[in-house]
Design a protein around this ligand. Structure first.
Ligand code: ATP
Ligand code: MG
Length: 455
């Protein structure tokens, strides 16, 4: 028995002794029945938060307003929520009020899907399963508790939760739920973007084939509500280098990217967004399209979506670095200085990201020569790593003269000029590493200063 399950059983035992009814509920029960790795464990019981505080030594008031407290069992935190029903959802986000109730059945009735509405008592190994959740688990079916339309209207986030569970747990959507999803899609507009980003992130990180979620979102009209920028990719034909249209290619790249961090998968979703806007028929190859500079347009759209979904700065930067460089293919005729210029643009983990993304992008082409193309990426990697190992200066801090010395040389305080000068010196050094000597840089700096600050 897992330690968290042991701790939960201990807690439930104490509750039973004190005369309360208690169960493990939610995702833990579902995942355990599916023999999948379980996540956090939630307990629901008839004890009020106040009664829990009196019964246990260490209790944190996590969400008192909604009846949730965290009980420490040993050093394990267990969430406890009093059996409750919910009031109306006037803002489609959270219930306006909750009422404590005494029966588990009433609590289960407020939950979103039958597979999430099973209560399990591990002490007696007995279930309370009024909506047939276990059978749905068994048949891999996602079904709403009660009327799907009503449930989705109450809290539109459930729309995305449905897509998430279908994607991560390979559930088939029950027909009635499917219709309701399409019919209520527009309600997603009313949901806070943070909650949407959070659900999308779970779809991206918790499945080996997140493409399924995005195909469902397209089929059920959700895509045009939350990510309308994606629509033009659907059906956009490409050329002989691709077996798929832009949308299918995007989804293949998506699945080929690592799951964590989800930045890779966001980059996959965004990297070819600019293709439909830059598409032009190839002048000589009939039926082929070309997409000059599409990565720049993709970057713009990535910025727009990132702003809307409130991406962190770090995420936006990382995603954009992958998009910006996905069309860079170093070939044999590249000189060492060109390789160094690329390395300079890919500091830190950006180089690994670039290579990982490139492999996923190539894999997503779906053509017969994918293996040959992947071998080409191996050779690109070798070349980049070899150059990197030489340890030549690639960043300002690697210059043989530091900013303090440059200010002394110029007899002036720092300012925008300093960065500009350092860039010039670095460019020269990246072009020819033998320049990275103090005297040579000093003399170059003097010339630059004389040209820029004529007295
Ligand atoms: P996981 O923790 O793996 O993401 P989960 O099913 O445990 O999945 P939680 O968000 O932890 O999801 O919620 C716990 C339980 O609370 C769910 O199983 C479900 O019964 C209920 N629940 C959560 N969010 C909602 C919602 N928006 N509407 C109705 N019930 C919900
Ligand atoms: Mg959970």
């Amino acid at each position: 028995m897992s330690t968290v399950l042991q701790a939960a059983s201990e807690l439930l035992e104490r509750l039973a002794q004190a005369g309360y009814k208690g169960f493990i509920v939610g995702g833990f029960v579902r995942d355990r029945l599916m023999k999948r790795p379980t996540g956090d464990l939630d307990i629901a019981s008839s004890a009020t938060p106040q009664e829990i505080i009196e019964l246990f030594d260490r209790v944190h008031p996590t969400g008192l307003g909604h009846g949730t407290v965290t009980v420490m069992v040993g050093d394990l935190p267990i969430e406890h929520t009093t059996f409750r029903t919910e009031g109306t959802y006037s803002d489609h986000r959270r219930p306006d009020s909750v009422q404590f109730v005494t029966e588990i059945e009433d609590d289960l009735a407020r939950r979103d899907f039958t597979v999430n509405a099973i209560a399990w008592n591990p002490l007696a190994d007995s279930y309370v399963d009024p909506f047939g959740g276990r059978q749905d688990v068994h048949q891999s079916r996602l079904r709403a508790v009660g009327s799907p339309r009503d449930r989705l209207q109450e809290d539109a986030l459930r729309i995305l939760r449905a897509i998430r569970f279908a994607t991560t747990h390979d559930f088939e959507l029950d027909m009635e739920l499917r219709h309701a999803l399409a019919a209520t899609a527009h309600k997603l507009k009313e949901i806070a973007v943070e909650r949407i980003e959070n659900e999308l992130d779970k779809i991206l990180s918790r499945s080996s084939h997140p493409s399924r979620g995005f195909r469902l979102m397209h089929e059920l009209n959700l895509l045009e509500v939350i990510l309308p920028e994606f629509i033009p990719m659907i059906g956009q034909r490409q050329n002989r280098h691709h077996a798929h249209d832009v949308w299918d290619h995007t989804l293949q790249v998506l699945d080929a990217c690592p799951a964590e961090p989800t930045d890779f998968r966001w980059a996959a979703l965004f990297h070819d967004l600019g293709k439909p806007l830059t598409a032009e028929p190839h002048p000589n190859q009939q039926g082929d399209f070309r997409f000059f500079g599409h990565e720049k347009v993709s970057l713009q759209i990535s910025g727009d979506i990132g702003k809307r979904l409130k991406f962190s700065k770090a995420r936006q930067r990382r995603v954009d670095q992958m998009i910006a460089h996905h069309m860079v293919h170093p070939t044999n005729d590249w000189g060492d200085s060109a390789i160094r210029r690329l390395l300079r643009k890919l500091p830190g983990e950006d180089l690994d990201d670039y290579l990982t993304f490139k492999r996923a992008d190539v894999t997503g082409k779906g053509t017969d020569d994918v293996n040959t193309l992947l071998e080409q990426v191996d050779r690109i990697e070798e070349r980049l790593r070899r150059e990197q190992a030489l340890g030549h200066a690639l960043q300002r801090r690697d210059l043989a003269i530091d900013s303090h010395d440059l200010m002394t040389l110029a007899s002036r305080p720092g300012g925008p000029w300093l960065g500009a000068l350092q860039e010039v010196l670095l460019e020269a050094v990246v072009e020819d590493p033998s320049f990275n000597q103090r005297e040579r840089l000093e003399s170059m700096a003097r010339t630059w200063l004389a040209n820029h600050f004529t007295s």
